[in-house]
Design a protein around this ligand. Structure first.
Ligand SMILES: [Zn+2]
Length: 415
């Protein structure tokens, strides 16, 4: 295994240390100064990432170093893994720092910019390599990361391969990603990713079929893989103020074939509509398709994802009764015409429901229960990266492409 490159990082120019709660760091790492603390934490993270055989952090703007630090500390304490892609450094500030080597992958201004720059399979592959490896290929078999793995030139364009200097096995950048064993050219994949990520209302498989010149089945499968790779991982905990709410999503009877029509579908009937539970914290939304909106169901999810003792804001739905036992519970009584209680409201999560419903009705027309969670994940993902530029969103999705969903598994789950 190669040596750890960032043995020691001086961070004084990178972050504003005056904002950080020194006491909290002190009790964890026992450093002698805040600057020391940062160095300890970064070194710890970099070594940990290396051990976990993960790629390096992406170069996308992280708005708040304090938030980053608090997240890291919480995860370290709980022994949760810290994934590089869940941590985003502030690029402009870091680029000034001599000790920090930035990822050199380009951030595109538009789909045109991307298509004209990445105009071949090789260009696409190189872009993916920069994002995933940043100049030091990582062997997916043994985890060795070094800049001198053997390069094997393939006969066909774009089939560039590596051979691990340690375990001697061959690999490419596609292994372990949604592109592995896919016969669809990377250029088509990249265009699909750009459209998928940056279209606020999403894209249907029919639309993608026309834009890429692939079959609808292929387009549908590409979208399924993408949705699976952008789903929110389970290793997080909300702290501070969390808005919770539930909604009902489902098709209208008139859109259904005759045999599938169901009588008495007025209002909140569960016969045709599926309940979805959502939480919003600090601009990040999390959704879960649920069987019902009973207290046991909703509070089971809340208990697993929200830190005890933090604040939860909800409407007056009876499923939220009893939250005050573990949380500071603020109830906004919508039935009394109230939408705000001091600084507390549920406008954020309700705004997200609006986006989700307009998207599902407008683009996907009808969504079966089996697929609904994927659409929810897709809309949540787009919502959660909304403050990035389109080029950053595109790169971020490429970095997230490392969880492969096999067609067989997907179909198996559906039937
Ligand atoms: Zn290896």
């Amino acid at each position: 295994m190669a040596t750890v490159k960032y043995d020691f990082i001086s961070c004084s120019e990178v972050f504003d240390f005056s904002q950080i709660d020194y006491q909290e760091i002190h009790s964890t790492f026992e450093p002698t100064s805040i600057q020391d603390a940062w160095e300890d934490i970064l070194r710890y993270l970099l070594i940990k990432w290396r051990l976990e055989e993960a790629p390096k952090p992406a170069q996308i703007v992280f708005p708040d170093p304090v938030k980053l630090l608090t997240t890291c500390l919480r995860k370290i304490r709980k022994n949760l893994p810290i994934k590089p892609k869940s941590i985003i450094f502030n690029k402009t500030k870091m680029s000034k720092h001599p000790d920090i080597e930035l990822n050199t992958a380009k951030i595109f201004k538009s789909v045109f910019d991307m298509m004209s720059t990445l105009n071949s399979e090789t260009a696409c592959r190189e872009h993916l390599e920069k994002l995933r490896w940043n100049g030091e290929p990582i062997c997916p078999h043994c985890g060795s990361q070094r800049d001198n793995h053997y390069k094997i030139k393939g006969r066909t364009e774009g089939k560039f391969r590596y051979k691990c200097r340690d375990c001697r096995l061959p690999f490419t950048v596609k292994i372990g990603t949604i592109f592995e064993k896919s016969t669809i050219p990377l250029q088509k994949w990249f265009m699909a990713i750009f459209i998928f990520t940056t279209n606020k209302k999403g894209v249907s498989s029919y639309q993608l079929m026309r834009e890429l010149g692939v079959t609808q089945k292929t387009a549908w499968f590409m979208l399924s893989r993408l949705r699976n790779s952008v789903r929110m991982r389970d290793d997080f905990e909300f702290d501070g103020i969390t808005q919770v709410d539930e909604t009902y999503v489902g098709g209208k009877n008139k859109n259904r074939s005759k045999g599938k029509k169901i009588d008495n579908t007025q209002g909140r009937s569960l016969k045709t509509k599926t309940p979805v539970f959502g939480m919003l914290n600090n601009g990040v939304v999390f959704t879960r398709v649920v069987k019902n909106t009973k207290g046991k169901t909703l509070q089971g999810i809340i208990d697993g994802k929200v830190k005890k003792g933090s604040t939860i804001v909800s409407d007056g739905w009876r499923g939220y009764r009893g939250l005050e036992r573990n949380y500071s519970h603020e109830i906004i009584k919508h039935n009394l015409g109230l939408f705000k209680k001091g600084a507390y409201h549920t406008n954020g999560i309700e705004g997200f429901w609006g986006l989700l419903k307009r998207g599902i009705v407008g683009i996907y027309h009808f969504t079966s229960d089996k697929h609904l969670h994927r659409y929810c994940d897709e809309f949540a993902y787009r919502y959660n990266i909304r403050t990035m530029s389109v080029g950053e969103q595109f790169n971020f999705t490429l970095i997230n492409s490392d969880e492969r969903l096999k067609y067989k598994d997907l179909i198996g789950k559906l039937i």
